[in-house]
Design a protein around this ligand. Sequence first.
Ligand code: UDP
Ligand code: MG
Length: 251
Amino acid sequence: MMPGPTESEAPELSVVIPVYNEEENLRPLIEELGGVLEELGRRFEVICVDDCSTDRSAAVLEELRRTRPWLKLVRHTANSGESAAQATGFHHARGGVVVTMDADLQHDPHDIPRLLDALTEGVAAACGVRQKREDNWVRRLSSRIANGFRNLVTGDRISDAGCTFRAIRREALREVPIFNGMHRFLPTILRFQGFRVVELPVSHRPRVRGQSKYGIGNRAWRGILDCLAMRWYRRRCVPAQRWAVERDEGR
Ligand code: UDP
Ligand code: MG
């Protein structure tokens, strides 16, 4: 096993994984992910943010960490949602590039090298688009409607906002406001900020263990409000590139 980063050697890559009641998925996930990351030959860390799970997730993660120095654990004291868990992970990440993925094995770690390759110079984020979506038809249809509606309202054109499998430059993440629902608008916000965002197909696997935390009820109405907020944000935000230039000139 390749050693993880020592304290003096900051990792180049940070993988951030929100975890809420995923006890059965964590061992196979960390084993598969560890194999892929070791192959990459870059210094890496994996940050699992336990969003106050009520099952054995915390104990399983603790157990996995014993033999993996690159595995970092952070725990929320209250269940705060996927966006909050991502944000906590971003806060702790030290790599120049941050990969976000779910803990439920629906994202295939073997896609990570392709996500990283797509992050060419000048590109701030490479976002996965689930090619063959392994969810039931109700979820697929509601996603389709949601993506169409959000692109219409926000003026963006993101193919699959619900896919949180992404590689993002940490520098760009500094410009992203944190709010509940942020994880679905991250590529849109980055574009509004003037960053280049690309999309690429990723595989999608069915959720075999544990339960999805979302249904139509807790996604639809909030999603509509969020879209309106993004429309406002698009008009009002101060793009990062602009203030970065002004800041340099003011020196
Ligand atoms: N998650 C979380 N806090 C929550 C809900 C979900 O950290 O309050 C995590 C969850 O464990 C998973 C990811 O966010 O790793 C995505 O959740 P889920 O798979 O339920 O979403 P779906 O894939 O069904 O959209
Ligand atoms: Mg999932």
